[in-house]
Design a protein around this ligand. Structure first.
Ligand SMILES: NC(=O)c1ccc[n+]([C@@H]2O[C@H](COP(=O)([O-])OP(=O)(O)OC[C@H]3O[C@@H](n4cnc5c(N)ncnc54)[C@H](OP(=O)(O)O)[C@@H]3O)[C@@H](O)[C@H]2O)c1
Length: 252
């Protein structure tokens, strides 16, 4: 490759990619910073793109720490849930005023603190869909990347190797969830992130314009298996550190 690229390769020394899955790296980021972006930013974009008409001018609540929508998407009001120690970090990392309301989920129950019928869009990354339905306005929308499973169709969209029965069962479960959520006159969809060169270009543009930036947490060497295992265990406990874990595969 003649220029520096970034894309989603996940954790591998070598990956075969088509040219649509990598784009030029944002000029103002190094490789470690760029590596922190695709998984989380593509997931967020694909979740927000599911909202009919977009989130511009809408009240948006991210449960599970998703927040940076005002800068890139023009949301009217952004609410997010965080743990106590991360409250001061929100303004520091996202910029002052990007988040309108922060709710410390370790002290209060967001489902009981946010007024009912007050949210247009709920972005769910912790499986809070069912407990949050009453918070949504009629005609609102929940987009989940964790919790209720994706449909078999979505799974087939990222993998051709999905057994027929698994696909059908997932479609059925997804239909039941949509029906249940629909009883509140709320729409529901899930996202299973799929790499996409067009979206990577949008992320690059926002980063170069200063509207979006990665937050890098722990950086580990590819050979540091114990460190990687430890970080993996922490993530599996559902306790996010600050920023994304990056595994640096470039040998010293
Ligand atoms: N479908 C997809 O394509 C896709 C793609 C990417 C990620 N995901 C899924 O999305 C989920 C989140 O991923 P992530 O990378 O953002 O994880 P992460 O970095 O571990 O972040 C989880 C966040 O949730 C917060 N949290 C934990 N319990 C909470 C609660 N009860 N109420 C409110 N917030 C709570 C944590 O806050 P504290 O650290 O302050 O406790 C942390 O900020 C994971 O389940 C992951 O598998 C799905």
């Amino acid at each position: 490759m003649k220029s520096e690229k970034y894309g989603t390769g996940a954790i591998s020394e070598y990956a075969l990619l088509t040219e649509t899955l990598v784009v030029s790296k944002p000029k103002n980021l190094n490789f470690v910073e760029a590596a922190a972006l695709p998984m989380v930013a593509l997931t967020a974009i694909q979740m927000l793109d599911k909202v009919p008409g977009g989130v511009e001018g809408k009240t948006w609540c991210g449960v599970g720490g998703c927040a940076n929508g005002e800068n890139a998407y023009g949301a009217e009001k952004v609410i997010t849930t965080v743990s106590t120690r991360k409250i001061p970090m929100i303004d520091e990392f996202l910029g002052k005023g990007v988040v309108d309301e922060m709710i410390d989920y370790t002290k209060v129950n967001p489902a009981k603190t946010i007024p009912q019928n007050s949210i247009d869009v709920l972005i769910d990354s912790i499986g809070a869909t069912f407990s949050s339905l009453a918070l949504l306005k009629k005609g609102g929308m929940v987009v989940a990347c964790a919790g209720p499973p994706c449909s078999g169709r979505d799974l087939k969209n990222i993998s051709t190797d999905v057994p027929f029965l698994v696909e059908k069962i997932l479609n059925l479960v997804n239909a039941v969830v949509r029906w249940w959520v629909g009883r509140y006159q709320v729409r529901f969809d899930t996202v299973l992130m799929k790499s996409n060169g067009g979206a990577l270009e949008r992320i690059k543009m926002w980063v170069e314009e200063g509207r979006l930036r990665p937050v890098v947490g722990t950086v580990l060497k590819f050979v540091d298996l114990e460190g990687i295992k430890g970080e993996g265990e922490r993530i599996m406990m559902g306790k996010g550190g600050v920023g994304k874990v990056v595994i640096d595969i470039i040998a010293d």
